[in-house]
Design a protein around this ligand. Sequence first.
Ligand code: KG4
Ligand code: ZN
Length: 340
Amino acid sequence: MDKDILILAIESSCDETAAAVVKNGRDVLSNIISSQIATHRIYGGVVPEIASRKHIEAIDQVIDGALEEAGVNKQDIDAVAVTYGPGLVGALLVGLSEAKALAFALDKPLVPVHHIEGHIAANYIQNKCWEPPFVCLVVSGGHTHIVHIKDYDSFDILGRTRDDAAGEAMDKVARVLGLPYPGGPHIDRLAKEGDPQAINFPRVTLESGSYDFSFSGLKSAVLNYINRAEMLGEEIVAANVAAGFQQAVVDVLAEKAMRACQELNVKKFALAGGVSANSQLRAVMEKNCAQRGIEFCVPAPILCTDNAAMIGSAGYYEFIKGNTADMSLNAYPSLKLGER
Ligand code: KG4
Ligand code: ZN
């Protein structure tokens, strides 16, 4: 490559206001994340109107911080990349409006990025040699997909959740156990103190051969277990509930992901999305891949949950393919993977 490409990336699809500067899609020069979690925790989940307002309050500082930490000024950047979907529409619009204003004022290209493509691209930052094709399990608060990444911009969705996303199920179960929002990290921590075999929760695998998921039955089984124990006055060992539930989630994710690698004869597998910060999922997938001779990649936990560095990486690959947008770019709350 003749010249380094610097992307200023902006992410505001849910409850983190984030900006980053990424060089050539792989080197993170800065990655600033302003989290709203403490605010939303009071309500037990993300309140969309509050999220939008908090993004507006934080975004200028976050962008200035990203440029300053990277040691670049606005004129040095080659393009502005921004998440335009999926996500909360009001939240997305804050980042998108800011990105449009910057691109227009600086006369730089505007690059639209799909949030899930961003999560997948976190692997390109983690492992500088990681390239498609590979199979990726994308597990976040809003999404659960098994995807065949054929090229940087070419995806086959093999399976998806038919109801709750894995992270959504984690957060809901955590809530009934009295744990704070977001519950995933608390389930992770508590499960380490419990016995995963003490309570046998169902593994819902759906029709034979299907790569789809369903977590709402498992979630209901946990709620029923807790309600029944409460009615009978039996002791509820929260650590055992967390461990049994997490084991059931990980078992189903691992079985389908490994079957996809085997059936497609793909020898590379990656994790992506907030739930891939889960310590048990990371350990189980690493072991499964090693046993089958499959190369494994998982982003560092800070690159698994929402951030803008991943948008900067995905944005770079869009930019070099010429996938830019004009000022009419809108936010798409239900944007599908692979859709433009
Ligand atoms: O990717 P992400 O930051 O936002 C979305 O795009 O949805 O994912 C957030 C989700 C939440 O459901 C959160 O509970 C879950 O990721 N999560 C975890 C862990 N860390 C975050 N779930 C399980 N174990 C963790 N360590
Ligand atoms: Zn996300």
